[in-house]
Design a protein around this ligand. Structure first.
Ligand code: KG4
Ligand code: ZN
Length: 352
């Protein structure tokens, strides 16, 4: 089985062909990504209109390249999968329409993929783990703790009630004058800094449940930066280190809460999986490695290229759904919002 995956929900245009090996693992035959970071950098964040146009400009060539690298012809594919949301609607429409057009022209089955489900299932592509597992998804747009019980079967244990985790890193970077995207910059600065110099708040710490709140922490950082301005390089490093230390404490505490909620209903997770761009952060990885060790959990952090937005996770989700006979109609419309767990949707209006 071989499926083409198309991803255009944010600022990455991506196309990939993934095959299903005899052992049930995924085989990534190609994984082409074009980042638009340079086009958005001047604005300090993703500009939806620029993103949509950039997807239009490169998607056809990128899909062609993904097929060429995989050495697969369109007619030899078993299905075509495209992310149909959640995301920036202009970009989603570009990839979804392209995927549907390819499916129509070739007569292949079409799979409309939930971008969050794709992040959630990536650990099965890379490590072939079994359900159920606990997922921490932390990226620029998403912050969720989810019980992954099966394909299409998710229970959200926690989410953010304000900013997403990556967004908090990016905003802190911006207020310190560091370039976009801020996460990697904050981590780099933090390596030189003193995590104990500023005692920033740890919002939600030891609260019941597994929800996050990050805007208070972000505001505390801003107030401190304003108080001690003008900032010397050492101040910037210390602020980054102290901010990151607060984030690490919050993450471990919230994962602990989520694990408790997981066990109450879904038993023992086969693993703790971390996905999303923020999973690249070394301090967060180290803290979660320690936590997983203490909790008797297997920790899986897919390689960074598969944690951040990519086409392979879309293609893989296409395979997971296709082999269960879950295909979609070509009338499937793009969804700017598309929660993994519909039951959780009304609880918060934070980023789904
Ligand atoms: O998953 P991703 O590539 O895109 C989506 O948002 O879907 O995640 C990007 C986010 C950005 O906010 C970026 O600042 C953050 O991940 N990020 C990091 C690190 N590398 C990327 N945050 C903290 N530490 C890092 N090393
Ligand atoms: Zn993503």
């Amino acid at each position: 089985m071989r499926v083409l995956g198309i991803e255009t929900t944010c600022d990455e245009t991506a196309a990939s062909v993934v095959g299903l090996s005899a052992s049930g693992h995924g085989d990534i035959l190609s994984n082409e990504v074009m980042s638009q970071i340079a086009e958005h950098a001047a604005y300090g964040g993703v500009v939806p209109e620029i993103a949509a146009r950039a997807h239009v400009e490169v998607l056809d060539r990128l899909v062609e390249r993904a097929l060429r690298v995989a050495d697969v012809k369109l007619k030899n594919l078993d299905g075509i999968a495209a992310a149909a949301g959640p995301g920036l609607i202009g970009g989603v429409i570009v990839g979804l329409t392209f995927g549907k057009a390819l499916a129509l022209a070739t007569g292949k089955p079409f799979i409309a993929v939930n971008h969050l489900e794709a992040h959630a299932l990536t650990a099965r592509l890379t490590d072939g783990i079994e359900f159920p597992y606990l997922l921490l998804l932390v990226s620029g747009g998403h912050t969720q703790l989810v019980s992954v019980r099966g394909v299409g079967d998710y229970r959200r244990l926690g989410t953010t009630i304000d900013d997403a985790m990556g967004e908090a890193f990016d905003k802190v970077a911006k207020m310190l004058g560091l370039p976009y995207p801020g996460g990697p910059q904050v981590e780099k600065e933090a390596m030189q800094g003193d995590p104990l110099r500023f005692n920033f708040p740890r919002p939600m710490l030891r609260r019941p449940g597994a929800d996050f709140s990050l805007s208070g922490l972000k505001t505390a950082v801003r107030l401190e930066a304003e108080r001690i301005a003008p900032l010397r390089p050492i101040d910037i490093a210390d602020i980054c280190a102290s901010f990151q230390a607060a984030v690490v404490d919050v993450i471990v505490d919230r994962v602990r809460g989520a694990l408790r909620a997981f066990r109450a209903e879904d038993g023992h997770p086969t693993a703790l999986v971390v996905a999303g761009g923020v999973a690249a952060n070394g301090a967060i990885r180290r803290a979660l490695t320690r936590f997983a060790g203490e909790s008797g959990l297997r920790l899986i952090v897919p390689p960074v290229a598969l944690c951040t937005d990519n086409g392979a996770m879309i293609a893989w989700t296409g395979i997971e759904r296709l082999r269960l006979g879950m295909t979609d109609d070509l009338t499937f419309a793009a969804r700017p919002r598309w929660p993994l767990d519909v039951n959780a949707e009304r609880v918060h209006n934070g980023k789904a």
